[in-house]
Design a protein around this ligand. Sequence first.
Ligand code: ADP
Ligand code: MG
Length: 630
Amino acid sequence: MSTLLQIHEPGETPAPHEAERGIAIGIDLGTTNSVAAIAEQGKPEILRDDHGDGLLPSIVAYTGAEPIVGRAAAEEQTRHPELVVASVKRLMGRGAADIKALSGTVPYEIHGDQQVGMVRLKVGNRVLSPVEVSADILRAIKARAEATLGQPVERAVVTVPAYFDDAARAATKDAAKLAGIEVLRLVNEPTAAALAYGLDHGAEGLYAVYDLGGGTFDISLLRLQQGVFQVLSTGGDAALGGDDFDHAIAEFVLREAGVQAPSLIDAKTLLVAARSAKEALTAAPKAELTFHINGKEIRQSVDLAKFESLIEPMVARTLRACRQVLEDAEVTAPEVKGVVLVGGSTRVPLVRRMVAKFFGRAPLSDINPDEVVAAGAALQAEALTRGGDTLLLDVIPLSLGIETVGGIVEKVIDRNTVIPVAKAQEFTTYQDGQTGMQIHIVQGERETVDACRSLGRFELTGIPPMAAGAARIRITFAVDADGLLTVSAQEKTTGVKAEIAVKPSYGLDEDEMADMLRDSLTHAREDMERRLLIEARVEAERMLLALDAALKSDGDLIRPSERAGIDAASGKVRAAMAGEDRDRIGAAVEALEKASHPFAQARMDRAMESALKGHSLDEVEASMATDRAE
Ligand code: ADP
Ligand code: MG
């Protein structure tokens, strides 16, 4: 490829986005809840719906022609769990390669798309990308904001977790674009929370942001210097949050009541009751739960002491992550000047006590923890549009560089560099007469290309043949205010130039974006049909394989007559798969689903039974989700 010749230090910095006129809001696009806010003269206000609700559950139900978002979608979860998508944020920017780690953590089917490398969800008969689902949430947030403000809202500052990589950030921007929102800037969630508390006007130093939401825990350590927040280190647990508190309560009351094996629907309603009880325990010493198991009404109560003993180990886990983050940044708890609480689950008094004890200081908690990120985003939106006093700068989360000889990474921009930024380095050819150069852009902290993430490649051609080392190729990396990268290369003696805007491989490409923006249903119908047919076959094949495996392990659960029915239905699926008729495959699969339903139910009960003997409801849900997929 290329050898490194010399390094040119910082090049020119492109001007930040120009402030324009018009209204702009802040949006916290959360895993569990999304929130919008607007700031006027430095005072943020949460945009609420008619019921005074600021939080819009980030849940989308695809039960009808139009997607349903929010509380109504959450209710559909107990009726049509298979048509409801929750926690889609976990999939943003994820590719086929990342899915393995994720399957089982989300209750719907996910698969990679070979062409784009992006994860797809199969929901009923729709195939959706996480970007499209997020766009549906953003559309709902936009509509709410417009209804409250009585005017169109077209621009926003949108927040993302500090650890989001380029792909996830690009995916978030794509979602906004799809929803008709121009993203003024993407801002890190912990940075937004710190802004909401006005820490940018306060003392310089270290701040910790402790964010315990519905399904994730994030701890970020920020350094404030000259009005700029730098993310020093981040850590956390992507599978720990308020949902786990709900599960703990649910398991406890099931044990207390001595009941077993709730069906999927009963389990969902139980979790809803557990969540209400948990939230009530923030203000009361005791909470009552009423739920149904197999049609029977059950009442149980949980007191605060019991609840705290159930969740104490989980809170302790978050503190271990806090310790790790401090260690990574080589600082100690007393050096932290302030601790900000973010996320609805930090309302739990035990969480507050344990965090306070860990850091040796009372955390900042005056602003509603589930609204604080949106409030900060709104302040940022105001600063960007009305030219407030500070123009907050953000930093890039991961180093960016290129591959050089031997698969070694040469970093061009180091992580935590304040953006927008542009930097250039000079490279040269390593072979006599070399006329082209492959430029491979990578992201990450490791030294070898294998250990980093590949962002894209392009080629600089037309270099005049010269002796090795004589050509002077200047490679410039420019990261705009949203953290998105453009790389260009220029041979200096001849001026030949090549450039790419790095569309991370998991983002949408321009064509796909355009397609979606047009009416995607009428466009390229044929291609779509073809793909759906292939997918239907793959689906059917998967179902047959899963069923086979299930029959092998749990075949003892069914009677011979049922078995015969299943076998006949399987045969019909196989026959349909050989043909070209997608609907026929679908119908055969549905019939097979019906025929094997009692079997699936029996397996679910067995799984529940064994799971409740010492496993968490989470695993049970995961296994039920698999059963559903089967
Ligand atoms: P996310 O950042 O994941 O989108 P939120 O910050 O909105 O989520 O947090 C949602 C979580 O906060 C849920 O688990 C919810 O039950 C929990 N929560 C909200 N209010 C309370 C409360 N009063 N007591 C305990 N937990 C609460
Ligand atoms: Mg959040």
